[in-house]
Design a protein. Structure first.
Length: 415
């Protein structure tokens, strides 16, 4: 691309992220980028820009040869895949913020880039404004990583902060996260842990060189959290954080999981509040490092997209350095053990989870809570049953790596 010319951007989506990017570009007048065309869905929606800026047919944008690069920021992951795949088939440069799209289609997206010579960057798709993909891909390209874990969803972290810091109710806090533009169009993705799972899959590809299908990652969220669980955490001197974690065992097997966890003041993630995300990258030689920043919102996410726009316009593409070094898909460490708290009304879940080292915590009307040890394999198998039962499960600490070999701490409630 000619470095002295104003580069023309075709933008898909003009919601929280699209408008965040547009606003940044409008304020930063010296930047050599201009949003030339915007594709949205609803012709009846009131827009902050004149109607001639918009089109409702994404093919029109893809056919516009005057555009230098494309930014995809729509809320529909399947439609987004259709757009991005077609753009890559045309050899175009594309930036996306859509983690579900990347998590579910990474191998196809890689193949399309290789075959047709286009480029796809997606820094904004993981941890919003934190530059974590490029950090893992570039800075840590040669150092083996032992673990990558953290808080990867801004909405659920915002909700948990409102509950623990301000004693607000779950529904009120979720509504605020939606009003502030942090939540997905379908907020179940945020609160159930699915969005964190998608981000974890992307991180795993860059951190360990392992592509993993989202279906293989057990995920649990805070959608069934209640006052009893919050009280249990408080009595423990902890808060609850939604933790997404992937590490390789000594046998080279992968432990990927998304699980709300008790987190006390000694934990790196304790200080990550509101819509902030925190990612701990643990290098074999450098040790753990916490990267903290805003994980959601128009400006932080728009800033990550902008960084990709600048990089892609200069010819940068991900080298997938670790991915290219590895050929095998990783086996999951199905026997790996985690220590958990389970609250439910269904005693069968204890059997379905194969919980061992059981300790009763509390009984209240129909509901009971227990502590126990569960294998990753059983967590994966029982996850639909747990969701169907409206049960709540969380890890006793965010230190999943050592969870299986540690003995449960004496818990204040344990009887
Ligand atoms: N919000 C955030 O903080 C973050 C969001 N993301 C990701 O960025 C993407 C956009 O999120 P966000 O801006 O919050 O979403 P919004 O719901 O705020 O906006 C979505 C935009 O997509 C448009 N759209 C939806 N479907 C289509 C379609 N089929 N064709 C054309 N346009 C369409 C909508 O059009 P219309 O205006 O007509 O309704 C709207 O402009 C998502 O993938 C999200 O996961 C990533 C990081 C952070
Ligand atoms: N809904 C997401 C937005 C950013 O990815 C979140 O809350 O983290």
């Amino acid at each position: 691309m000619d470095s002295h010319r104003l580069l023309k951007i075709g933008l898909f989506g003009f919601g929280c992220v699209g408008q965040g990017l547009y606003d940044i570009l409008s304020r930063e007048e010296t930047l050599p980028f201009k949003v030339e065309r915007i594709c949205v869905k609803d012709p009846k929606k009131l827009r902050p820009l004149p109607a001639e800026n918009f089109t409702y047919d994404w093919q029109q944008v893809l056919q516009d040869e005057s555009l230098d690069l494309l930014v995809e920021a729509i809320s529909d992951a399947e439609e987004a895949f259709a757009i991005v795949a077609e753009a890559l088939r045309q050899g175009k440069k594309v930036v996306t913020a859509n983690k579900k799209l990347v998590a579910f289609h990474l191998p196809e997206l890689l193949a399309l880039q290789e075959e047709f010579g286009g480029t796809l960057l997606y820094e904004a798709a993981v941890a919003g404004g934190i530059p974590i993909i490029r950090t893992v891909e570039e800075y840590f390209s040669n150092e083996p990583l032992e673990r990558v874990h953290g808080i990867l969803n801004g909405s659920s972290n915002y909700i948990l902060s409102q509950i623990f810091l301000l004693q607000k109710g779950y529904a009120e806090a979720l509504k605020e996260a939606q009003d502030k533009g942090f939540a997905e169009l379908d907020p179940w993705l945020d609160v159930a842990g699915a969005d964190s799972r998608h981000k974890l899959c992307i991180l795993t590809a860059h951190a360990f060189g392992k592509t993993i299908a989202p279906e293989d990652v057990a995920f649990f969220g805070i959608d069934y959290l209640n006052d009893q669980d919050v009280e249990y955490a408080k009595q423990d001197g902890s808060v609850i954080k939604m933790v997404a974690s992937a590490h390789l065992t000594a046998d080279g097997e992968l432990v990927p999981v998304v699980l709300p966890s008790l987190v006390d003041a000694s934990d790196d993630l304790f200080v990550v509040e509101q819509e902030f995300n925190g990612v701990v990258v643990q290098g074999a030689y450098s040790g753990p490092q916490l990267f903290k920043g805003r994980g959601a919102g128009g400006h932080p996410t728009g800033a990550a997209v902008l960084s990709d726009i600048v990089s892609i316009s200069k010819g940068y593409s991900y080298g997938y350095k670790k991915l290219h070094k590895t050929t095998n898909a990783p086996a999951l460490a199905l026997d790996f053990e985690l220590e958990v708290y389970l609250r439910s009304t269904e005693p069968e879940l204890v059997v379905a989870l194969g919980l061992t080292n059981l300790q009763n915590v509390q009984r209240e009307n129909e509901s009971f809570s227990v502590l126990g040890t569960v294998t990753l394999g059983n967590l994966i198998k029982a996850q639909d049953e747990i969701r169907k039962a409206g049960a709540y499960i969380m890890a006793l600490s965010s230190d999943f790596v050592n969870a299986g070999v540690k003995k449960s701490k004496e818990r204040v409630h344990a009887s």
